[in-house]
Design a protein around this ligand. Structure first.
Ligand SMILES: Nc1ncnc2c1ncn2[C@@H]1O[C@H](COP(=O)(O)OP(=O)(O)OP(=O)(O)O)[C@@H](O)[C@H]1O
Ligand SMILES: [Mg+2]
Length: 566
């Protein structure tokens, strides 16, 4: 199983961490956008109300003038004193007081102009008929209040005008004619084009049926459009816009749509005039409103992208160090496991060594018991027999002497047998005379006992080795020679002993039958070779066996000397 930390978890964490700033940025942008739209909406609405109020004023002021003229005219007619020159003069004075160029006239009940004045009326207009005009027909039919007509071309001149008219009545409600006046469309056009309205790209003054009276078009969102008055778009030339434009917008003064003027999407405020049947539409392009939040969005977007990239980079580094950490941890675990196993193995080996030591001790004890029983027992039994014979032999001196001599021989044999056994158990010579002499003594014994030919090459030159090394080598030699005698059927044995500053090396070589070392190491339950190895292991030494069936055997024993007390 691959237990390395999964990379995607780190990247997912980095991405989730980046998500929060992204959400906050989106929220911020959304709020900025809402605030921008609210403020643009307020501004458009204020402008629409302002312009509509301004235009309302114009109509109200002009209507007041009409009423005042009408009152003077009716008073004059009723009093029978029609002083036209004076009336015309007063008319001119009043017209001069209103801030826009216009004309005012009165028609009698037959539709003939009886009085007229204003900028464009420098001559007598009496006798010219207005009876065909709509407002005359309507007032004659009894319509009260202010009437509007136009915009249309003026009767006296080329300009486009809006006509306002009122019915004239005598005290009993009889029809006396109409008082009418006109305001040039150019006046509204100029008013709309005032500088302070410029930030709004689209201002349209319309009649109720959608025809444009005056237009101002400048898109602040479009730097290529410097703005200005759409003079070519005035009044009647414009096709009436569909009334559907305003449908469904009753009571809704602010809305977002494509402008009917240039089809650019705008925030539009729609405002009715209260003194005239006209509408005003003010619009600002949404692109200009969107500009600020879009810039903010792109800046924050770049920032979020940066945060995300930085997060991913850190995730990559974190993942890499987590992987390294995990690997090092598992390596450490592996090492601990190995070391534990080694310790367990050592403990097992130690226990095996202890077992083998105990077993060897037992086997040594058995051997000593056997030797004591077989050899000493035999001599002691013989001595016992001899002593019994001496008891029975009486005073025969010759017999006594011969018996005592036999007993002396037997006692000597017992003594040398005890010495031999003691030597085997612990060669005194080893402590007193050193390894080299002990080996010579040991080999001499075996020359006599076995009849083998020994070839010694001992090169210690009298050097003493640490006691435990000498004992180990001696015991290993004992076992090696015993094995040769027991198993090899050899005729010659070579023993060498050499030292260097670092180690001591002993070889025991025979020309016997040899054996399969692997087979014996694997299968033999015997203790000799195993005991040798264990003894050597305690001294940090090694045993190397070279042998093959029929080819003799060579044992090489090496014990390091470095770091040992001499
Ligand atoms: N020099 C040798 N020549 C031929 N065979 C040998 C020699 N040394 C050892 N062997 C073989 O290796 C075997 C194992 O030897 P090892 O000393 O371990 O046991 P052993 O001598 O049989 O019994 P003991 O436990 O009494 O020593 C022997 O039984 C013998 O077959
Ligand atoms: Mg043996």
């Amino acid at each position: 199983m691959n237990d390395e930390p999964l990379a995607w978890r780190y990247y997912a964490a980095a991405l989730s961490a980046a998500l929060l700033p992204a959400l906050l940025a989106a929220l911020l942008v959304w709020q900025v956008r809402s605030a921008d739209y609210a403020s643009a909406g307020r501004s458009v609405l204020t402008t629409a109300k302002g312009v509509a109020g301004d235009f309302d004023n114009t109509f109200e002021q002009f209507d007041a003038l009409l009423k005042s003229i009408a009152r003077q005219y009716v008073d004059g007619v009723e009093s029978g004193s029609e002083e036209k020159p004076r009336l015309i003069q007063r008319l001119q004075e009043e017209l001069a007081n209103i801030p826009f160029s216009s004309r005012v006239f009165i028609a009698d009940s037959y539709g003939r102009l009886v009085l007229g004045g204003g900028a464009a009326v420098q001559y007598a207009t009496t006798g010219v008929s207005v009876a065909d005009r709509d407002y005359f027909a309507r007032s004659k039919a009894g319509e009260q209040g202010l009437m509007f007509e136009g915009p249309h071309r003026a009767k006296f001149g080329d300009e486009q005008v809006i006509v306002l008219a009122r019915r004239l009545e005598d005290g009993k409600g009889g029809f006396l004619g109409v008082v009418a006046g006109s305001i040039p469309v150019a006046y509204f056009q100029t008013r709309i084009a005032r500088d302070e309205l410029d930030p709004h790209g689209d201002i349209v003054f319309r009649t109720t049926n959608g025809a444009r009276i005056a237009v101002h078009s400048a898109d602040p969102a479009d730097p290529a459009d410097p703005g200005g008055v759409g003079v070519s778009e005035v009044a009647m030339m414009a096709a009436p816009a569909s009334p559907a434009l305003f449908q469904g917008r009753e009571g809704q003064t602010l809305y977002q749509a494509a402008s009917p003027l240039d089809h650019i999407d705008r925030l539009l405020a729609y405002q009715k005039l209260s003194h005239a049947p006209f509408y005003l539409l003010v619009g600002q392009s949404t692109a200009s409103v969107d500009r600020s939040w879009r810039r903010l969005a792109s800046e924050l977007g770049l920032l979020c992208l940066g945060v995300t990239l930085a997060g991913l980079w850190s995730a990559r580094r974190l993942h890499a160090s987590a992987v390294t950490l995990r690997r090092e941890r598992s390596l450490l675990k592996q090492r601990i496991a190995d070391r534990t196993r080694e310790l367990e193995d050592s403990a097992q080996e130690l226990s095996a060594v202890l077992d083998s030591v105990v077993t060897r001790q037992e086997s040594d004890r058995r051997r000593i018991a056997r030797e004591l029983h077989d050899r000493l027992g035999q001599y002691l039994a013989a001595m016992n027999l001899k002593l019994g014979a001496l008891e029975r032999c009486g005073p025969d001196v010759a017999l006594l002497k011969s018996g005592l001599s036999d007993l002396k021989d037997l006692t000597g044999a017992v003594g040398s047998e005890v010495g031999r056994i003691a030597w085997e158990l612990r060669p005194v010579a080893l402590d007193d005379i050193g390894l080299e002499s002990a080996v010579r003594h040991f080999i001499e014994e075996w020359v006599q006992r076995s009849g083998l030919r020994f070839d010694l090459h001992l090169a210690l030159k009298g050097r003493r080795l640490p006691p435990e090394v000498e004992t180990t080598l001696y015991r290993v030699l004992q076992e090696s020679v015993t094995n040769v005698v027991k198993h090899a059927a050899a005729s010659a044995v070579g023993v060498t002993l050499t030292t260097s500053p670092n180690d001591v090396v002993m070889t025991v070589e025979d020309d016997g039958v040899g054996f399969d070392v692997d087979e014996v190491s694997r299968a033999s339950p015997r203790l000799g070779l195993r005991g040798m190895r264990e003894r050597l292991a305690v001294s940090h030494g090694s045993l190397d066996i070279e042998s093959r069936p029929g080819g003799g055997t060579t044992l090489t024993i090496r014990i390091p000397l470095a770091g040992r007390a001499p």
